[in-house]
Structures are given as structure tokens and as C-alpha cells.
Design a protein around this ligand. Structure first.
Ligand code: MG
Length: 302
């Protein structure tokens, strides 16, 4: 049961850039997003409304949104951590937000300083207000296949958080393998467990390639009927838990695999490779996409 087409959610300009040490100015962030839109991406994370002293990489996301055409048929979700973030996102004209919870109690405490249930209570209020204002809300769950502090995470723990996000009105729930230790059968067991409560069409997968498992896990998810894949151009973002290791799976590599499988996605791979190389030059970091690295420096076409 392989889907005929999938939606790719490009997370590079948010999840990617927020984990890069170099801070990009607003015009560079806007250029990256517009280039990605031109390459065919229809869902592009545009930034985050978090305190800029905590995350300077994402400061001035309101100015980024002001430069984008928010009604052109492309979704530009922004991450919102609390009610104040939502108010700022609303003031900036955001049409879609994302909220985030962890499947691991320890990770929740260390990452956002509150329990899973406390975070869900907070996001329930944020989501309600966002929905009242006509916004779409996407939910993220981190540590779905393992936690950097407490190790194994059971599908039941993930299912609990997913159901809560579903109940509060998230239209899509993205399952994040934050430390990248998931493997294909574990992925399928997780999806089988969660999709007994939530339709598979509303589940997205967010794999990190830290242990080289991302594409295998994405294939395993496709076989389960998943049709939404998060990825990051050039693998932007790195891994905060293992210096120098891979983080987000590279969009180029996902697109290449989908092309080989005849699955539609609407993205121009050559254009994407160019964007990935260019942003990595600006960030002074290596491209993490294997497909991009495989291309000859003389411009040999795939
Ligand atoms: Mg990520």
C-alpha cells in the first residue's frame, strides 16, 4: 500500500535554521523560503514566535512573514510556544501555527520546563484561540522512538499525546524521531498503534538521519499509508544531541527516493539541490544531502 502522492513539509527555515550556529538576517531567511516555494514546496515552516533571547536564530519572524504572500496557496506555519507567541503570530498575520509536546516526561521537563500534561493544557488553550481565529494548527510530538534521557518510549505514551493533540483540534500530527534511533519495524509498530485512534492521513513523520535510518523509516511509513513527510533542505539543523551528526533528513534525499518510486510530490529536485548548496555556503556548513554530494561539481545532471 504505497501512496501515489505525498506532501513534503519543508522544515529547514525553522527547525533547520534554529539549530544552526550562524544567525541569518531576515532577507536571507525570506530568500530561502521563497526559493523553496519556487522549487514546488507547498508547506514551508517560516519561523518561530519564541523569545528572541532564547532563540536568536528565529527573531523577527514577524518581519519574515511580512515579506511572504500568505494567501498564495502555500502554507507558512510558524511555531508557537505559548499564548504570547500566538498573539504575536496573529499580529503578524500567520495563517497556521504549530505546537509541540514530547512523548517523554524527562524530555518535556528538560526541553520546555514542564510536564507533558502541563504542556498539553497550555497548548489546548493556545489551539482553541488559534482555531477561534480561523488558523490551522499542526501538532508536533518529539521523542516518539526514543529519548536522549530516558531511552525507549512506548507507542502508548506517544498515542496518549497524539490523542490529546487530535482532540484539541490539530489537523495533522507530526511524529518526530528526535534522536534518530528509530528503525523500520519500530516505526511500523508505532504507526500501527497510533493509527488505531487517529486516521493515518492525519499523521506525518519527522525523521532525523542521525543513525542513518531516516529513508528506511520513511519507506516503512509509506508502506503503512503515511502521506506526509517532514524534511529539511540540505539536512539543515544538525543534531543537538551529537555534535557533527546528522539531524533532519535532507529533502533532496527524500525527493530522490520518491522519484525512484514513482510517487508524486511536485518538487523540482535540481532546483532544490541548488538551493541546498547555496544556503550551506551562506551558513558555512557542509551539505548533508547524499544526493547533493553525489552530483559532480561540474554540474552533471542526475
Ligand atoms: Mg527536526
Amino acid at each position: 500500500m504505497i501512496p501515489k502522492s505525498v506532501k513534503i513539509v519543508e522544515v529547514g527555515p525553522r527547525d533547520g535554521l534554529q539549530n544552526e550556529s550562524k544567525i541569518l538576517p531576515v532577507p536571507e531567511r525570506v530568500r530561502l523560503i521563497k526559493n523553496l516555494a519556487e522549487a514546488g514546496l507547498k508547506q514551508i515552516e517560516a519561523g518561530s514566535f519564541v523569545r528572541s533571547d532564547l532563540l536568536p536564530q528565529m527573531s523577527n519572524t514577524d518581519q519574515v512573514l511580512a515579506e511572504l504572500n500568505l494567501t498564495m496557496g502555500i502554507n507558512f506555519p510558524v511555531l508557537v510556544p505559548n499564548m504570547r507567541g500566538l498573539d504575536n503570530a496573529l499580529a503578524a498575520g500567520a495563517r497556521e501555527i504549530a505546537v509541540f509536546a514530547a512523548a517523554s516526561e524527562t524530555f518535556s521537563q528538560k526541553n520546555i520546563n514542564c510536564s507533558i500534561n502541563e504542556s498539553l493544557d497550555r497548548f489546548s488553550e493556545v489551539t482553541k484561540k488559534a482555531l477561534d481565529h480561523g488558523l490551522k494548527v499542526r501538532g508536533y510530538i518529539s521523542c516518539v522512538l526514543g529519548c536522549p534521557y530516558s531511552g525507549t518510549i512506548s507507542p502508548e505514551n506517544v498515542g496518549y499525546v497524539a490523542s490529546k493533540l487530535n482532540d484539541m483540534g490539530c489537523y495533522e500530527i507530526s511524529l518526530g524521531d528526535t534522536i534518530g534511533i528509530g528503525t523500520p519495524i519500530a516505526t511500523q509498530k508505532l504507526l500501527a498503534s497510533i493509527s488505531s485512534d487517529i486516521p493515518i492521513e492525519r499523521l506525518a513523520v519527522h525523521f532525523h538521519d542521525t543513525y542513518g535510518q531516516a529513508l528506511a523509516n520513511i519507506l516503512a511509513a509509506l508502506q503503512m499509508g503515511v502521506t506526509v513527510i517532514d524534511s529539511s533542505v540540505a539536512g539543515l539543523g544538525g543534531c543537538p544531541y551529537a555534535r557533527g551528526a546528522s539531524g533532519n533528513v535532507a529533502t533532496e534525499d527524500v525527493v530522490f527516493m520518491l522519484d525512484g518510486m514513482g510517487i508524486q510530490h511536485g518538487i523540482d529536485l535540481i532546483n532544490l539541490i541548488t538551493i541546498g548548496k547555496s544556503i550551506c555556503t551562506i551558513l558555512d556548513r557542509p551539505v548533508m544531502s547524499k544526493v547533493s554530494l553525489a552530483r559532480s561539481p561540474t554540474g552533471f545532471e542526475l
